[in-house]
Design a protein around this ligand. Structure first.
Ligand code: GLU
Length: 304
């Protein structure tokens, strides 16, 4: 257990307004922080600029506020933190962990097909290691991206205990291979930015949607190589739409209906196993915090 003071965060990408699914992650991270008497941060993850929608950050912040969820510290924007990501990349390069890569997607697909490897389940391809310095390296071609080396074989098994999912593990070379930390288009990759920011902001507890769980091993590996402490992880249930697919901005989930923030909270609470009734959002949040504490066997708050 970490003895650092609890710091949690909600880290939305401003690609559209919050929907019923993203509110579950926001609420769970807020409740867990409150139940631990910790600090709750909001960080806008706007590194993938082509996917960002102008104004979506403010919409998200207003939606959170309407539900009574207010950040305890000024909100930070990843687009303003490039110097930190560059410093981490420089460290990884100096350590021999990161190397430049010239491969196109077509070349990776071809190399994998030759090895009889098919696509990774999310459409990402496992990188065959073509540009590793010990292979033919860049072979005089211009570098496009920077990749993070992962250990070959069982040494690359990353195991963690998720507060909700229990014991988890992934072998990095089989699941993802050497992964991109700075993209060919010059943008910082989510994996690097999230790890650097969680480390820099002293985040001790990461509570987020279950769809992100299989990124966790890559992030733990980056933490290890950057000598950052490992936070606790809790991956929250996903909300499914009528077609049985996870609600997401990509499949057109409706924005929260904030004509009744209380209903939004009730619905998000139900996804987390909380059946709570109250007259106001503030009242609901107070009851939900105690229920969360009880449900997760956290010690009660000592009287002031
Ligand atoms: N920005 C990511 C998203 O909106 C979440 C990152 C995280 O919580 O680690 O999907």
């Amino acid at each position: 257990m970490s003895s650092r003071p609890y710091i949690g965060r909600f880290a939305p990408s401003p690609t559209g307004p919050l929907h019923a699914g993203s509110l579950v992650a926001a609420l769970a991270s807020w409740l867990d922080a409150r139940a631990h008497q910790g600090t709750w941060l909001v960080r806008i993850e706007d590194v993938d600029t082509p996917r960002c929608v102008p104004g979506a950050d403010l919409t998200i912040i207003q939606q959170l506020a309407a539900c009574g969820l207010h950040a305890d510290e000024p909100i930070v924007y990843q687009s303003q933190r490039s110097a930190l990501y560059q410093r981490a990349l420089d460290q990884l390069i100096a350590q021999g962990d990161a190397y430049p890569c010239a491969c196109t997607r077509a070349e990776i697909a071809q190399a994998n097909a030759a090895r009889g490897l098919s696509r990774h389940r999310h459409g990402d391809m496992i990188y065959p290691g073509t540009c590793r310095p010990e292979n033919r390296g860049l072979a005089g071609r211009p570098a496009r991206a920077w990749r993070m080396r992962v250990p070959d074989g069982p040494e690359g098994v990353i195991a963690w205990m998720d507060d909700r999912l229990g014991a988890q593990s992934q072998r990095l070379d089989e699941a993802v291979g050497d992964f991109v930390i700075r993209r060919a288009d010059g943008l910082w990759a989510y994996q690097l930015a999230v790890v650097v920011d969680d480390g820099d902001q002293g985040v001790t507890h990461i509570v987020r949607g279950e769809d992100l769980a299989d990124n966790t091993p890559r992030q733990i590996w980056l933490q290890q190589r950057l000598a950052l402490p490992r936070p606790h992880y809790r991956h929250t249930p996903l909300v499914l739409g009528p077609n049985g697919e996870k609600l997401s901005k990509q499949n057109g989930a409706a924005p929260l209906d904030l004509s009744s923030p209380l209903n939004c909270l009730r619905q998000a609470g139900r996804a987390l196993g909380l059946q709570i009734d109250a007259a106001t959002p503030e009242g609901w949040l107070a009851l939900a915090t105690s229920a969360w504490r009880e449900m997760n066997a956290l010690s009660p708050v000592s009287p002031p």
